[in-house]
Design a binder for this molecule. Structure first.
Ligand SMILES: [Zn+2]
Length: 314
């Protein structure tokens, strides 16, 4: 799974690592020699790309896609882990471990720099089975994360600002007065699409009512979440993706060898009459495509319909 590591809190440009969970978990729970907080290396569960720049200047090469860009919400390309900060001052390690024993999820948790034995602060990290698109993350993570938080029996609420911020960075742990960490590396990564099973496991420790509530949260989440393009290939997914995701509509334009000027995608073949003079505007969510030559055939449809017709589904 891909993460970014930064020299310190102020570095805009990170270095990417693609690590298997066992290695990543070790890195994330290794307490480094003490330095001041601001001098610590930081990490982000996101990797960063700059779609907007490339879209506006008209270039989009493989290099653009593979080169890390400055850390920002807009540049967050995908998120690989769910991270909770628990700052309620309690020792939750035994409790969380007892909950985790009832699951086979991978996880890591460790004390953060401000923790003392009396006043504990924790960071919990769950690796995701699939990375989640940065935009989708910020739009959709709140409800399922809250449901998970409650299932874990944690008090209060997580820092929602941090949670929905797909550009969030976290200090890598370093030696302070009190440190403690735990991890599981031979289990399963958290997969939001298998939550029925997850909830089943939690029925052992929680009341039916809590489970029902959590399920309701999850349902609203699953209808809004889309899996990442590189990991899935099914039509329902493509359909949703093409409504929600600008990049996917751009990808269709490129596969059609269309002319892309600003927001406008032209000179691709109409699915109905076949003339290479149809149009859509890819920056608008849910945009419609239409045949646009003079005395045109009147065809109009969604980007999904045209992508399906020409076999260029993302
Ligand atoms: Zn036409």
């Amino acid at each position: 799974m891909k993460v970014s590591v930064f020299q310190d809190y102020f570095s805009p440009l990170g270095i990417e690592y693609n690590l298997e969970w066992p290695t990543l978990a070790k890195c994330l729970t290794h307490f480094r020699p003490s330095k001041s907080k601001k001098q610590q290396k930081t990490w982000s569960p996101s990797i960063f790309r700059s779609p907007v720049n490339h879209l506006t200047n008209g270039s989009w090469s493989r290099d653009d896609i593979d080169t890390p860009q400055k850390r920002s919400k807009a540049n967050s390309y995908e998120v690989s882990c769910l991270v909770f900060d628990y700052d309620d001052g309690q020792n939750i390690s035994n409790y969380v471990l007892s909950i985790m024993e009832k699951t086979d999820w991978n996880f890591a948790f460790h004390t953060t720099s401000s923790a003392t034995l009396q006043d504990q602060r924790w960071r919990l990290i769950f690796p995701l089975e699939r990375p989640i698109d940065g935009f989708v993350w910020s739009e959709g993570v709140k409800e399922p994360a809250l449901a998970l938080w409650r299932m874990l029996g944690l008090l209060g609420t997580p820092d929602m600002g941090a949670l929905v911020d797909a550009a969030r960075i976290y200090s890598l742990p370093y030696q302070t007065a009190y440190t403690c960490s735990e991890m599981r590396t031979n289990g399963k990564n958290l997969d939001v699409s298998f939550n029925e099973q997850v909830f089943k496991e939690f029925e052992i420790v929680h009341t039916q009512r809590t489970v029902q509530k959590a399920k309701a949260y999850l349902r609203s989440y699953l209808t809004s979440i889309y899996k990442h393009p590189s990991h899935v290939c099914d039509k329902e997914y493509s359909k949703n993706l093409l409504v929600a995701c600008t990049t996917s509509r751009r990808v269709v334009a490129e596969r059609l060898n269309a002319r892309i000027v600003g927001d406008k995608v032209t000179k691709w073949p109409c699915p109905d009459c076949g003339k290479s003079d149809a149009t859509y505007y890819y920056l608008t969510a849910g945009t419609r495509a239409f045949c646009s030559h003079q005395n045109n055939c009147g065809w109009t449809g969604t980007v999904y319909e045209l992508a399906k017709q020409w076999d260029v589904l993302p």
